[in-house]
Design a protein around this ligand. Structure first.
Ligand code: HEC
Length: 108
Protein backbone atom coordinates (compact mmCIF):
# COMPACT_ATOMS: atom_id res chain seq x y z
CA UNK A 1 0.00 0.00 0.00
CA UNK A 2 1.29 3.47 -0.84
CA UNK A 3 1.51 6.10 1.86
CA UNK A 4 -1.22 8.17 0.19
CA UNK A 5 -3.59 5.21 0.18
CA UNK A 6 -2.83 4.55 3.80
CA UNK A 7 -3.62 8.11 4.81
CA UNK A 8 -6.91 8.01 2.91
CA UNK A 9 -7.81 4.77 4.70
CA UNK A 10 -6.88 6.29 8.06
CA UNK A 11 -8.94 9.38 7.31
CA UNK A 12 -12.06 7.48 6.38
CA UNK A 13 -11.72 5.34 9.48
CA UNK A 14 -11.47 8.50 11.53
CA UNK A 15 -14.63 9.95 9.98
CA UNK A 16 -16.48 6.67 10.42
CA UNK A 17 -15.59 6.67 14.11
CA UNK A 18 -16.51 10.31 14.76
CA UNK A 19 -19.81 9.59 13.01
CA UNK A 20 -20.54 6.84 15.52
CA UNK A 21 -19.53 8.96 18.49
CA UNK A 22 -21.52 11.97 17.31
CA UNK A 23 -24.72 9.95 17.69
CA UNK A 24 -23.96 9.02 21.27
CA UNK A 25 -24.54 11.95 23.59
CA UNK A 26 -21.85 12.39 26.23
CA UNK A 27 -22.65 10.11 29.15
CA UNK A 28 -22.42 12.95 31.67
CA UNK A 29 -25.41 14.73 30.11
CA UNK A 30 -28.27 14.68 32.56
CA UNK A 31 -31.89 14.01 31.65
CA UNK A 32 -32.99 17.62 32.08
CA UNK A 33 -30.16 18.81 29.78
CA UNK A 34 -31.07 16.28 27.07
CA UNK A 35 -32.75 18.12 24.16
CA UNK A 36 -34.87 15.02 23.48
CA UNK A 37 -36.32 15.32 27.00
CA UNK A 38 -36.83 19.09 26.76
CA UNK A 39 -38.63 18.75 23.45
CA UNK A 40 -40.79 15.67 24.12
CA UNK A 41 -41.19 15.11 27.81
CA UNK A 42 -40.70 18.36 29.76
CA UNK A 43 -44.16 19.67 28.90
CA UNK A 44 -45.71 16.90 30.99
CA UNK A 45 -42.97 15.84 33.36
CA UNK A 46 -41.56 19.31 34.00
CA UNK A 47 -38.22 20.86 33.08
CA UNK A 48 -36.73 19.49 36.28
CA UNK A 49 -38.43 16.08 35.80
CA UNK A 50 -40.19 16.61 39.12
CA UNK A 51 -43.63 16.40 37.58
CA UNK A 52 -46.37 18.93 36.96
CA UNK A 53 -49.74 19.15 38.66
CA UNK A 54 -51.79 18.63 35.53
CA UNK A 55 -49.30 16.62 33.53
CA UNK A 56 -47.16 13.64 34.20
CA UNK A 57 -45.85 12.39 37.52
CA UNK A 58 -42.33 13.06 38.80
CA UNK A 59 -39.67 10.97 37.13
CA UNK A 60 -37.73 11.05 40.38
CA UNK A 61 -39.73 8.80 42.70
CA UNK A 62 -39.74 5.53 44.61
CA UNK A 63 -41.84 4.01 41.84
CA UNK A 64 -39.39 4.97 39.10
CA UNK A 65 -36.41 3.97 41.23
CA UNK A 66 -37.99 0.53 41.69
CA UNK A 67 -38.67 0.04 37.97
CA UNK A 68 -36.22 -1.88 35.81
CA UNK A 69 -34.67 -0.42 32.66
CA UNK A 70 -36.94 -2.71 30.64
CA UNK A 71 -40.06 -1.47 32.41
CA UNK A 72 -39.12 2.17 31.84
CA UNK A 73 -38.28 1.54 28.18
CA UNK A 74 -41.61 -0.25 27.83
CA UNK A 75 -43.57 2.72 29.25
CA UNK A 76 -41.75 5.15 26.95
CA UNK A 77 -42.15 2.89 23.90
CA UNK A 78 -45.77 1.92 24.43
CA UNK A 79 -47.20 4.65 26.62
CA UNK A 80 -49.27 4.20 29.76
CA UNK A 81 -52.51 5.92 30.75
CA UNK A 82 -52.15 9.52 29.54
CA UNK A 83 -48.52 9.03 28.69
CA UNK A 84 -48.15 8.97 24.89
CA UNK A 85 -46.15 6.24 23.20
CA UNK A 86 -42.81 7.13 21.65
CA UNK A 87 -41.99 4.00 19.65
CA UNK A 88 -41.50 5.23 16.09
CA UNK A 89 -41.22 8.88 17.24
CA UNK A 90 -37.85 8.52 18.92
CA UNK A 91 -35.06 6.19 17.87
CA UNK A 92 -34.31 3.17 20.08
CA UNK A 93 -31.00 4.88 20.95
CA UNK A 94 -32.79 8.04 22.09
CA UNK A 95 -35.14 5.99 24.26
CA UNK A 96 -32.18 4.03 25.61
CA UNK A 97 -30.45 7.26 26.57
CA UNK A 98 -33.61 8.59 28.26
CA UNK A 99 -33.93 5.37 30.29
CA UNK A 100 -30.28 5.58 31.38
CA UNK A 101 -30.66 9.24 32.33
CA UNK A 102 -33.92 8.64 34.22
CA UNK A 103 -32.23 5.84 36.17
CA UNK A 104 -29.19 8.02 36.85
CA UNK A 105 -31.47 10.68 38.39
CA UNK A 106 -32.96 8.09 40.72
CA UNK A 107 -29.64 6.78 42.03
CA UNK A 108 -29.02 7.96 45.52
C1 HEC B 1 -48.88 14.18 27.41
C2 HEC B 1 -48.10 14.18 28.63
C3 HEC B 1 -46.84 13.31 28.71
C4 HEC B 1 -45.72 13.36 27.89
C5 HEC B 1 -45.48 14.27 26.71
C6 HEC B 1 -44.79 12.39 28.44
N1 HEC B 1 -45.35 11.75 29.53
FE1 HEC B 1 -44.45 10.29 30.64
N2 HEC B 1 -46.17 10.07 31.73
C7 HEC B 1 -47.33 10.85 31.58
C8 HEC B 1 -48.34 10.36 32.50
C9 HEC B 1 -49.74 10.95 32.67
C10 HEC B 1 -47.77 9.25 33.17
C11 HEC B 1 -48.43 8.35 34.23
C12 HEC B 1 -49.02 7.16 33.52
C13 HEC B 1 -49.76 6.24 34.46
O1 HEC B 1 -49.16 5.77 35.44
O2 HEC B 1 -50.95 6.00 34.21
C14 HEC B 1 -46.40 9.12 32.67
C15 HEC B 1 -45.51 8.15 33.12
C16 HEC B 1 -44.18 8.07 32.73
C17 HEC B 1 -43.21 7.17 33.28
C18 HEC B 1 -43.48 6.15 34.39
C19 HEC B 1 -43.44 6.88 35.71
C20 HEC B 1 -43.80 6.01 36.87
O3 HEC B 1 -43.97 6.59 37.97
O4 HEC B 1 -43.91 4.78 36.72
C21 HEC B 1 -42.02 7.41 32.66
C22 HEC B 1 -40.70 6.70 32.89
C23 HEC B 1 -42.25 8.47 31.70
N3 HEC B 1 -43.58 8.85 31.79
C24 HEC B 1 -41.28 8.99 30.87
C25 HEC B 1 -41.54 9.92 29.86
C26 HEC B 1 -40.57 10.32 28.88
C27 HEC B 1 -39.12 9.86 28.84
C28 HEC B 1 -41.19 11.18 28.02
C29 HEC B 1 -40.63 11.84 26.76
C30 HEC B 1 -40.11 10.94 25.76
C31 HEC B 1 -42.56 11.34 28.49
N4 HEC B 1 -42.73 10.55 29.61
C32 HEC B 1 -43.52 12.16 27.92
C33 HEC B 1 -47.49 11.91 30.72
C34 HEC B 1 -46.60 12.28 29.71
Amino acid sequence: MKASQLSIATCSLFFALTGVFAQTPPSDTTLTANPVFEKNCAKCHGKTAEGRHFGGPALISEQVAAASADELANIINNGKGHMPKYAGKLTPQEIDTLVRQIRALNKK
